[in-house]
Design a protein around this ligand. Structure first.
Ligand SMILES: NC(=O)c1ccc[n+]([C@@H]2O[C@H](COP(=O)([O-])OP(=O)(O)OC[C@H]3O[C@@H](n4cnc5c(N)ncnc54)[C@H](O)[C@@H]3O)[C@@H](O)[C@H]2O)c1
Length: 278
């Protein structure tokens, strides 16, 4: 019960990583206030998760809805201690030489401005509490090409820098700000981004499990609880000296080329050896 007496606000908690995080914080004794655009799922969670769970339909691209979510959380529970700015989607998939300005603006609103406004409107409540912890969802896409669309990846890189700057500005109020960079986590985000129907969704999720198991040293896809545990760490007193940084939670996806960790792959030096030296 690490979070008894604490209030945590989680965006994008109707599905995937956010849902796993809702479950963890409820298990650990927190009051959880969840904001998501998906009101059907949020309402059904209200019916099943008990009195410590609160839901407010929230579109994180709209600043006034983020303000309303934070105010609602404080009204319902007395204040805010922890915020997980997590809602997101793959967004527009167009290449840089094809994307429209409007699509670019949408991706930034959904993935970057939403995090900035989440921090902006959580901070006054945390100041009243005498401190707090903010955790933002970035991605491995912030570091390398090839994992996500250009607008998505650019926004996620922005989330990392925003995390540092916010940590610097808010330290005086005892508010810590950190980010998590998930790798391949088995959620609906890939199917949703590709516009898949239910049957295609299942096929995509099965394929994701197989692909993820083969592209990184930890031979399995991530699950939402892998990220939830990291959120809990950043939110807890154990991380009291940790701010303005990020943690890759990616099964080693970014550790190096496949030859560096896969014993079946010839290494670069092996490729240099003449036959007589092999
Ligand atoms: N799954 C992965 O492999 C992965 C990897 C890196 C980063 N991420 C990031 O993790 C976060 C969560 O994604 P997920 O994988 O759990 O996906 P998901 O699709 O399972 O969940 C995303 C949630 O965000 C909500 N959402 C979408 N647009 C919204 C909006 N405008 N306002 C409010 N809520 C909205 C959805 O309704 C959904 O509940 C995202 O920020 C995503 O970019 C995911």
């Amino acid at each position: 019960m690490r979070f008894e007496g604490k209030t945590v606000v989680i965006t994008g908690g109707s599905s995937g990583i956010g849902r796993g995080t809702v479950d963890l914080f409820l298990r650990e004794g927190a009051a959880v206030v969840m904001g998501d655009i998906d009101s059907a799922e949020g309402t059904s969670m209200m019916a099943s998760l008990g009195d410590a769970f609160h839901f407010k339909q929230t579109d994180v691209t709209q600043e006034n809805e983020i303000t309303a979510l934070m105010d609602f959380a404080a009204e319902q529970t007395g204040g805010i201690d922890i915020v997980f700015n997590n809602a997101g989607a793959g967004g527009p998939r167009d290449a840089i030489d094809e994307i429209s300005g409007d699509d670019w603006d949408f991706a930034m609103a959904l993935l970057l401005k939403s995090v900035a406004m989440g921090i902006r409107h959580a901070a006054p409540h945390m100041k009243k509490r005498g401190g707090g912890a903010i955790i933002n969802t970035a991605s491995v896409c912030a570091f390398q090409a090839g994992f996500g669309p250009v607008a998505y990846s650019t926004a996620k890189a922005g989330v990392l820098h925003l995390t540092k700057l916010a940590a610097a500005e808010l330290a005086q109020y005892k508010i810590r700000v950190n980010a998590i960079c998930p790798g391949f986590i088995q959620t609906n985000i890939f199917a949703t981004t590709l516009g898949a129907n239910d049957a295609e969704k299942n096929q995509i999720n099965t394929a994701l499990g197989q692909v993820a198991a083969g592209v990184q040293p930890v031979a399995r896809p991530g699950v939402p609880n892998d990220i939830a545990e990291t959120v809990a760490y950043f939110a807890s007193e154990a991380a009291g000296f940790v701010t303005g940084t990020h943690l890759l939670v990616d099964g080693g996806l970014l550790v190096g080329s496949q030859a560096s960790w896969d014993p079946e792959m010839p290494g670069m030096l092996d490729a240099l050896l003449p036959e007589s030296m092999k």
